[in-house]
Design a protein around this ligand. Structure first.
Ligand code: LRH
Ligand code: MN
Ligand code: MN
Length: 388
């Protein structure tokens, strides 16, 4: 039996980071459905993140995306966040939304464009110095659409050179998170398409380079928990971008499409004792809420991660190990499924009540009047950057 007091302690200590861009308008390539009350600037995105933290108690940091969250004074922005009870988390770079990057950013055949892209990565570290952020998150849209379009291997050399320069600029307490993505916007070959490519570059760079797993960035049917287990064993799992998908990079609420997969991922985290924030994994959301109200959707997403985590913590590890070692396939699977099939909502309600929170964060948010207030106060909200 899992120790219930220890399970509750682990759930209380859990931390989930929300993304600034999830609070802004977003859409698909076909249409952005603007919502009333969305933030007009980075400060208002941070205010919404602070609201999510007030109701959940486990989301005390917000990731920024530059230049979507460009401000003149980042130290002041960090102070503003602290006054609202949250901190600035990972700094995400953007080398994918400029005409110059049509043929790639750091892997572009043009050295001038490579310079411009690398300078943006370095500038992001300057911002981290001002906000106190520890994580530099890199995702490259770089790739090619046609066989022969560019030399696959030379592009790896260019990527390695830019990563090296960036890594060497990191401070002692700063890390690099290198995210991979199977395809899109490049359709023939992506320069960082999978965890193996990301991992190999991280190994080349040094200990403070780690892999970021975006759960929506794999081929259908990929066993993501295997990747989690492997990278944890190697000490190279730095972060998650959580979301869920049915087909591609859908960016839907984590745990919505496949809560069982999220449970399997969180079990590997628990299995490696890697849940505690001190271990250093950044559990971030990377989502867009195109048709639903954003703040309650983000609260719901945080709760989905908590539910998967609670179930993972409830796995009877002794019974599981015994069944595994005995080669008892059915018993091992049933121990695992027993935990997954447990209704953990009462347990999480208790954890929240113990922490002085409302046991039902979505209902508490709806009652709070925050939604009505932002709709009245904010006119002409901005878009996150997607689906423009
Ligand atoms: C790319 C991605 C990456 C970006 C974010 C907005 O698909 O997952 O993390 O920075 O979306
Ligand atoms: Mn992502
Ligand atoms: Mn993505």
């Amino acid at each position: 039996m899992a120790d219930l007091a220890a399970v509750k302690r682990a759930l209380t200590a859990q931390r989930i980071e929300t993304p600034s861009w999830a609070y802004g308008n977003s859409g698909t390539r076909f249409k952005v459905f603007a919502q009333p009350g969305v933030p007009r600037n980075p400060e208002e995105k941070i205010a919404d993140a602070a609201a999510v933290h007030r109701f959940t108690g486990v989301a005390p940091t917000v990731a920024l995306h530059i230049p979507w969250d460009k401000v003149d004074d980042y130290a002041a922005l960090a102070r503003y966040a602290a006054d609202l009870g949250v901190g600035i988390g990972a700094i995400n770079t953007n080398v994918f939304q400029d005409d110059d990057y049509k043929l790639g950013s750091v892997t572009n055949p043009d050295p001038g464009i490579r310079r411009k892209a690398t300078d943006h990565l370095l500038e992001a570290i300057d911002i981290m110095d001002q906000t106190g952020s520890q994580d530099l998150k890199l995702w490259f849209s770089d790739g090619t659409n046609y066989p022969g379009q560019d030399d696959l291997r030379t592009r790896q050399d260019r990527l390695a050179a830019a990563l090296r320069e960036t890594y060497d600029r990191l401070g002692e307490n700063q890390r690099m998170l290198l995210e991979y993505k199977l395809f899109e916007p490049a359709f023939y070959a992506t320069d960082v398409p999978d965890w193996g490519t990301s991992y190999a570059h991280c190994i080349e760079l040094g200990n403070r380079a780690t892999v970021c797993i975006d759960t929506g960035h794999h081929a259908p049917g990929t066993n993501i928990e295997f990747i989690v287990a492997f990278l944890l064993r190697q000490g190279r799992l730095g972060a998650f971008d959580f979301n869920s998908r049915f087909y591609a990079d859908d960016d839907l609420m984590v745990g919505a499409a496949d809560p069982f997969q999220l449970f399997r991922i969180m079990y590997e985290i628990v299995r490696a004792d890697a849940l505690d924030p001190a271990y250093g994994i950044a559990f971030m959301l990377d989502q867009c809420h195109n048709i639903e109200r954003k703040i309650p959707a983000i609260i719901r997403s945080v709760m989905n991660v908590q539910e998967a985590t609670a179930k993972a913590l409830l796995v009877d590890r002794d019974a599981l190990t015994a069944a595994q070692n005995a080669g008892d396939v059915l018993e091992a699977n049933s121990v695992f499924m027993d935990a997954y099939n447990t209704d953990v909502r009462p347990l999480l309600a208790e954890v929240r009540t113990d922490a002085g929170l409302d046991p039902n964060p979505v209902a508490a948010y709806k009652r709070s009047g925050y939604d009505e207030k932002i709709i009245a106060d904010r006119v002409g909200g901005t878009q996150a950057g997607w689906g423009a």
